[in-house]
Design a protein around this ligand. Structure first.
Ligand SMILES: Cc1cc2nc3c(=O)[nH]c(=O)nc-3n(C[C@H](O)[C@H](O)[C@H](O)COP(=O)(O)OP(=O)(O)OC[C@H]3O[C@@H](n4cnc5c(N)ncnc54)[C@H](O)[C@@H]3O)c2cc1C
Length: 494
């Protein structure tokens, strides 16, 4: 029974009271479907609360969901200035908190979902599987378990709790443990709560994304005030161009500014950049500092530091979905139809066409992964995209196919990616040239080709991409970087 022929859902569980989970609840309510939001943390936006000191790069205009706005409008809520840039804390205080209050008993806090299954049918059970309700196993803060049963499920539980390891292979490096004294998490509050930890100390930031850039800017500011503060930045790629982004031409000016400021800090020597770096091992000293050993190219490297900020990205927790039949891409761990649009191998700069229920569906009908978790390991998720996902899912669950398939993403028509000549001199990038802008599939390229494309303009910097989205990054994504396979040094067959 496909969703098209299934009776409309009456109840829907939403895992996570982040911005996308709460927006899902607002859309479900409008559709006459009763939502029950199950949130592990003590309040709404619990994951964002961990990086409350960080300022978003998208203005309020892109941070508020349409159904959430309609719900809030009836409560005396004052909408923030559309052009303002909130911090994570302000996003919670001025939007998510009031929204959760308006949703009232539809949100249950301190409730962690530990497993989802079809009611009365394990994963292998096919006969009579379709149309069955879903069972969500939960545990509260006191360790008490209980089950919730609903017609449909939207998993908007994010990825914050699952940081990628520092080790080069996707596995932890030797000596890498989550509780090591030098681990400071992906987004420490350098100028606030955690200042003492960094003042006059050496910090190594690992990663080539927005989180790394944020932490580096804060550390550089601290270094100006606190003598002895040293900042080193290690990335795996040969160039930091994708972090520098589109500069003043970025579709989101705040994001472009971050890249420009970081570039200036590296060029002035305030931030020491180590490129092409892979980490092999950590050796913790008695005083809590650490020696990081690895390679840059074929050269062995040893860095000594007091702190390591692992801004290496996140991966989705799929264990709680183990009893479900999912259609996930082998590379990105995103729904298979969505994955080619966001694969970081080809889409660092790629804008994401609006996508909805049809692209997010799984073999177990009525179950969806939405929000940042739907992007799997791809790092380019934006709230506006997630809001469109849950609008479409709620429409489909209510049986409104026409609305589910309509694209309503309100984003600028262009994004910007930077294109460094050094990065373009690669065989992989050249190989993907024929497939269109940013190495996208033919279909995506056709969509992207509406504006000025990447093709002949690719040598310019930055490059405007004619598709909807707020892109930045490097032309061709990782495929724009030269790749040399690591050589085995010893062992069997070496
Ligand atoms: C530093 C930073 C800056 C960003 N800036 C922007 C920006 O400017 N613009 C933009 O559009 N996007 C931005 N993003 C990306 C994205 O919008 C955010 O990550 C956003 O929080 C994703 O929302 P979400 O609802 O999908 O997930 P989350 O906000 O992560 O919410 C998930 C919720 O699920 C809960 N949860 C987790 N596991 C369970 C479980 N098993 N059971 C129950 N509850 C669970 C968590 O406690 C959390 O409250 C930024 C991200 C980061 C990290």
């Amino acid at each position: 029974m496909s969703l098209a022929t299934r009776r409309p859902a009456k109840t829907c569980a939403v895992i996570g009271a982040g911005p996308v989970g709460l927006a899902a609840a607002a859309h479900l309510l409008e559709r006459g479907i009763t939502p029950i939001v199950l949130e592990a943390g003590p309040s709404a936006g619990a994951a964002i609360g961990q990086w409350g000191h960080v300022r978003l790069f998208s203005p309020w205009r892109f941070d508020i969901d349409s159904a959430a706005r309609r719900l809030l409008e009836g409560t005396g809520w004052t909408e923030p200035d559309a052009a303002g840039l909130p911090t994570g804390a302000e996003l919670i205080g001025r939007y998510l908190g009031p929204l959760a209050t308006a949703l009232g008993d539809h949100v249950r806090y301190g409730t962690r979902v530990t497993g989802v299954a079809r009611l009365g049918a394990d994963k292998t059970h096919s006969l009579g599987r379709e149309g069955r309700a879903y069972l969500l196993r939960t545990v509260d803060e006191a360790g008490e378990g209980s089950d919730v049963i609903t017609d449909a499920v939207i998993d908007a539980s994010g990825v914050w709790g699952r940081a990628n390891p520092l080790g080069a292979n996707g596995l932890p490096a030797a000596g890498e443990t989550a509780d090591a004294p030098w681990q400071v998490g992906p987004l420490p509050d350098v100028l606030g709560r955690d200042r003492e930890r960094f003042a006059g100390k050496r910090t190594l930031v690992v990663g080539a994304g927005h989180s790394a850039a944020n932490t580096l800017l804060l550390l550089a500011e601290l270094a100006e005030a606190e003598p002895g503060t040293e900042v080193t930045w290690a990335i795996r790629g040969r160039s930091a161009a994708k972090v520098y982004g589109g500069g003043s031409a970025d579709a989101l000016p705040a994001r472009g500014t971050i890249g420009t400021r970081l570039k200036a800090l590296v060029e002035s020597g305030a931030v020491e950049l180590v490129t092409d770096f892979t980490i092999d091992a950590f050796t913790t000293a008695a005083d809590g500092s650490v020696a990081v050993t690895g390679q840059t190219g074929s050269l062995a490297v040893r860095l000594e530091t007091d702190n390591v900020a692992a801004a290496t990205g996140f991966r989705p927790d799929l264990e709680l979905l183990r009893e479900l039949r999912l259609d996930l891409d082998a590379t990105v761990e995103a729904p298979v139809k969505l994955a080619p649009l966001i694969d970081p191998n080809f889409h660092s700069c790629g804008t994401v066409p609006a996508h909805g229920e049809a692209d997010l569906a799984h073999p177990d009908e009525g179950f969806y992964i939405a929000g940042v978790k739907s992007y799997g390991r791809a790092p380019t998720f934006l709230l506006a995209t997630g809001y469109e996902q849950v609008r479409s899912i709620a429409a489909a669950l209510a049986g409104d196919r026409e609305a589910a398939d309509r694209v309503e993403l309100d984003l600028p028509e262009t994004g910007v990616c930077s294109s460094s000549r050094a990065l373009e001199a690669t065989s992989i990038a050249d190989a993907s040239e024929g497939s269109g802008c940013c190495g996208a599939s033919a279909e995506t390229a056709a969509e992207a080709g509406r504006g000025t494309g990447c093709g002949a303009d690719a040598a310019k910097e930055p490059v405007t991409v004619g598709a909807r989205g707020l892109a930045t990054g490097v032309l061709h994504g990782r495929a724009g970087e030269r790749v040399e396979l690591p050589q085995a040094k010893s062992g069997c067959c070496g």
